[in-house]
Design a binder for this molecule. Structure first.
Ligand code: SF4
Length: 312
């Protein structure tokens, strides 16, 4: 491993620079920090078996963040032109400081929050209502895996579907924009499923069509995805300058708390591999070339997978 960072002991082993066949590995050079994500911690009130983060009650793989942890990164991001702050977990509302964090962030830039919209959010609705008065808007993206309680609750636990719908309705009633994240099945008709979601949410909230974000199975942390490797030639044959700029690692970064230290990862999808820990500051991270060796990079390469709702 000539000049790459050290791998995580639990992650599959591969050469950062060179593929198994000896070709130079494909890469992305970041061009801007338009969106900064925070992973608020892998503790969650639910324990979904498919969670790409392996989140569950009491999980500490990634630590819960405090306002003091987050503030320096928000301030640094503002200095280098960030346009949006986004938050994911775990369940962000499990973090005690999360409402304070959102206040601080949304007074400075628009925010997006990924949530399961169940008990941790529902019992803080009174505090969340006060977030309507921040200088910039806050949008929520709620996970509704499937449109039936049976399918949704099979992964998330009985009652989760009804609780999430209650959360969605409460957020809409408070006037927040809500988008939806769903699971993508192999071979599905994406347009038909998205249309069914739009109808369902129009009936539920009477609101405009929400944005629907769907994801393939990213597998749990530390999985070996057994996908084709991406070479430099792949990145010029199948992609061009414009499409390379759409990779999340080209225009965003994610801050996590690991072993008590705050660190900046390349994107929201790779926090299980230390090779993607790009340093302790955003400026340092933005200087680093990102090699596409993680199995989830293939989803970005082949399908344009992205947690972002921004276009670059
Ligand atoms: S998972 Fe996607 S966004 Fe993240 S480093 Fe790989 S290619 Fe970039």
């Amino acid at each position: 491993m000539p000049d790459g960072p050290a791998p995580n002991a639990d992650a599959p082993v591969y050469d950062w620079d060179v593929t198994t066949a000896g070709d130079r590995r494909g890469y992305i050079d970041p061009h801007a920090l338009s969106e900064l994500w925070f992973h608020t911690g892998t503790a969650c009130n639910l324990a979904c078996p498919f969670c790409l983060e392996g989140s569950k009650p009491g999980d500490t793989r990634l630590g819960l963040m405090t306002l003091a942890d987050v503030r320096p990164f928000i301030d640094e991001a503002l200095d280098i032109g960030v346009e949006q702050f986004s938050f994911t977990g775990g369940e962000p509302f499990v973090a005690r400081d999360f409402v304070k964090i959102l206040h601080y962030a949304a007074d400075r830039r628009p925010c997006l929050v990924l949530t399961n919209a169940t008990l941790p959010l529902i019992r803080r609705l009174h505090d969340i209502e006060r977030l309507k008065r921040t200088r910039h808007p806050i949008q929520f993206r709620v996970s509704i895996d499937y449109l039936t309680a049976d399918e949704h609750d099979a992964g998330r636990g009985q009652g989760s579907f009804a609780a999430a719908l209650e959360g969605v309705k409460a957020l809409r009633k408070l006037g927040f924009a809500v988008s939806v994240a769903r699971q993508r099945k192999n071979g599905e008709d994406m347009h038909a499923v998205d249309a069914a979601y739009r109808d369902f949410f129009a009936d539920l909230t009477g609101a405009d069509t929400p944005t629907i974000v769907s994801f393939p199975d990213f597998k749990p942390p530390f999985s070996d995805g057994a996908v084709p490797e991406i070479t430099e030639a792949c990145m010029t044959t199948y992609h061009d300058e414009a499409s390379r700029r759409d990779f999340m690692c080209a225009f965003s970064k994610m801050v996590v708390k690991q072993d008590g230290q705050m660190c900046v990862y390349a994107c929201t999808l790779v926090d299980d591999d230390r090779q993607y820990d790009l340093g302790g500051t955003l400026r340092a991270a933005m200087e680093r070339r990102v090699k596409l060796g993680h199995h989830r990079c293939y989803s970005c390469f082949a399908y344009g997978a992205s947690c972002s709702e921004r276009s670059t």
